[in-house]
Design a protein around this ligand. Structure first.
Ligand code: DX5
Ligand code: ZN
Length: 227
């Protein structure tokens, strides 16, 4: 019941001095989505992009969806600015929002897809009453804040749990929810991540740190789909 594979390079590992060119280049090289890591130096210790940067890169992304990953607290005030700036999907961490259902609805009201993000230590019970409002469940396979960290292996059994849950939900409702994984995804581990149930893969340093983005994206996709 898996959906088409999505490869979403994270701009955190792009060259910020030529962000527009890197966005256009990575989409041309086969990226399905462009992953934008928004960090506020509060929810996470790092500081990155605001809505103005999202708006500036939007024209360079062409057909690719901009996958905005909010690592901010509080969340709600940034939803509308990012939606206006061209986000296609907005995901956030449930513990960073006081009213998670309301935040999901707020994102939907802006005609964006919704994503709920789970840190390695965040329990899955946040899904209990919210699946109808979620388009993408994202499991962090590193602690959020930085690119280039190592994949945390306990993500694999957690992915299997979510996969089972999303498959049961799809059987009951006919609606399929994406399962995204973020952090430490590389050509040599993506097959096991896909086998555990992920269909959407963020890869920052693996893509932008490689010499041939097109070859790396193709390798990632092939390994995920042949898993
Ligand atoms: C971490 C970010 C990730 C990160 C992924 O907080 O959410 O998207 O940039 O980078 P890599 O693929 O290098 O682990
Ligand atoms: Zn991310």
């Amino acid at each position: 019941m898996r959906q088409a594979t999505v490869i979403a390079p994270s701009l955190l590992s792009a060259n910020f001095a030529q962000l527009g060119a890197d966005v256009a280049g990575v989409v041309e090289a086969g990226a399905d989505w462009v992953h934008l890591d928004v960090m506020d130096h509060h929810y996470v210790p790092n500081l990155t992009f605001g809505p103005m940067v999202c708006e500036a890169i939007r024209p360079f992304a062409g057909r690719a969806l901009i996958d905005v990953h909010l690592m901010v607290e509080p969340v709600d005030a940034l939803v509308m600015p990012f939606a206006k700036a061209g986000a296609g999907l907005i995901s956030f961490h449930p513990e960073a929002s006081l009213h998670v259902d309301r935040t999901l609805q707020l994102i939907r009201d802006q005609d964006c897809q919704t994503g709920l993000v789970f840190n390695p230590a965040t329990p899955l019970h946040w899904l209990d009453h919210l699946l109808d409002k979620i388009d993408c469940v994202m499991l962090m396979s590193v602690n959020p804040g930085f690119g280039g960290q190592s994949f945390i292996p306990s993500t694999l059994p957690k992915l299997r749990l979510v996969r089972d849950r999303l498959d049961a939900y799809a059987r009951g409702t006919g609606r399929r929810i994406r399962l995204e994984v973020d952090g430490g995804v590389k050509p040599d581990n993506i097959a096991s991540i896909a086998r555990a149930g992920a269909d959407t893969f963020v890869a920052g340093s693996a893509v932008f740190g490689s010499r041939d983005w097109r070859a790396t994206i193709a390798t990632l996709r092939h390994a995920a789909e042949c898993s």
